[in-house]
Design a binder for this molecule. Structure first.
Ligand SMILES: CSC[C@H]1O[C@H](OP(=O)(O)O)[C@H](O)[C@@H]1O
Length: 371
């Protein structure tokens, strides 16, 4: 997407130095556009762990380059195995990380060691290029939902109100995003969309990243407290909810940023369509029951007791919002059972959040046994 008129992806190879990869430091957005140089696997792991780079599809893509860096130094089988495990341990919930690393290992293992580094960079490039195409397709399929709502309601309301949680925009992927891709496309074709942006405590990806993305693209939006969504739904102010996801099970359970489950409950109670946008790399065919089987990342309680922002002079600031002795608990994701999900928006189309729905779109996967 464009930043001040310049097209960007959220990760890209340096034009001069093939062993240099750039990302935005997302912990500095929206206040400064810091471009980070990644040259080694340790820097990639640090960037993922600290959320300088975040978003399920994006951390998979960046981890793929991390593995390429590692093989540039040591292309042995032991190095491939060790560094794939090292990168996999950075964050446990987003399945795209495992998906990307397993794809890289499967692609590279059969190759002679002298060919592995270059092949790794090429495969990481391919993962990025595919992510862009897949997310564009998600946008086109999700756009149909928004078009249908506008056709149905344009005589009785002047806009389509869409609520989203966290950030599943272009900065959470290589480009386009997942949940925001249909919104960008609807806006670009003139459908008057307005987005309720959940702030998304505690890391505030909505307030900091989704608001920034939508504002940069000229999409009307309003920031709301995480707890306001249910009230807006009760008063008919939400026509549609679209969120991203970090892992979908073979029966359609959805892991996403903490607070998503509560939005789904309110949506169910108010008959608001609750759709989840995802690339197929986010489907974990090996798990069935998301609540029981998806590992939920527990992050530092300091992320709850403190907030990051800028002071009146625009200087980055971190302030405590609790008494000094208060500790925080910080589960970073929750799981929404498939029964609360209206449907899934994938690169192959829309489907029910169910085993049958997923089998319809991905018949080649359905035969795989659950682990
Ligand atoms: C397009 S997937 C984005 C997904 O990732 C976010 O998590 P985090 O910011 O912690 O990486 C959030 O769950 C989004 O829905």
């Amino acid at each position: 997407m464009k930043i001040n008129g310049t097209p960007y992806r959220s990760v890209w190879r340096d034009a001069q130095d093939p062993r240099l990869v750039h990302i935005f430091d997302q912990t500095k957005l929206p206040w400064t556009l810091d471009i980070l140089d990644l040259r080694d696997v340790e820097a990639v792991a640090h960037a993922i762990r600290t959320m300088q780079v975040r978003g399920a599809p994006l951390i998979g893509a960046v981890a793929a380059y991390g593995l390429a860096f590692a093989l540039d130094d040591d292309a042995s089988d032991a190095s491939l195995e060790k560094n794939a495990a090292f990168l996999h341990e950075t964050r446990p919930t987003a399945i795209n990380l495992r998906w990307a690393l397993e794809r890289m290992v499967a692609h590279l293992s059969p190759l002679p060691t002298h060919e592995r580094a270059e092949a790794a960079y090429r495969e990481a490039d391919a993962i990025c290029d595919e992510d862009v195409k897949v997310n564009e397709a998600i946008g086109r399929h999700g756009l149909e939902l928004i078009r249908a709502l506008w056709a149905e309601r344009r005589l009785v309301q002047d806009r389509i109100n869409i609520l989203t949680h966290c950030n599943a925009g272009w900065i959470a992927t290589v480009d386009w995003g997942t949940a925001l891709a249909p919104i960008y496309m609807a806006h670009d074709e003139g459908i008057p969309v307005h987005v309720w942006v959940d702030e998304t405590r505690p890391r505030n990806q909505g307030a900091l990243l989704t608001a920034w993305e939508l504002g940069a693209h000229g999409v009307p939006h309003t920031l709301i407290a995480d707890n306001a969504g249910g009230h807006l739904m009760q008063h008919g102010e939400v026509d549609l909810i679209i969120v991203g996801t970090d892992r979908v099970t073979r029966q359609g359970d959805v892991a996403n940023k903490i607070g998503t489950y509560l939005k789904a409950l309110a949506a169910h109670d108010n008959q608001v369509p609750f759709w989840v946008a995802l690339p197929s790399s986010t489907i974990d065919w090996r798990v069935t029951d998301g609540v029981k089987e998806i590992p939920i990342e527990e992050r530092s309680g300091d992320e709850v007791t403190h907030v990051h922002g800028v002071d009146e002079q625009g200087h980055p600031a971190r302030i405590r919002v609790t008494p000094y002795e208060t500790k925080g608990a910080n589960p970073a994701f929750d799981v929404t059972p498939a029964r609360l999900v209206t449907g899934l928006i994938t690169e192959r189309g829309l489907c029910d959040a169910s085993a049958d729905g997923l089998q319809t779109l991905f018949p080649e996967q359905a035969e795989q046994p659950a682990s």
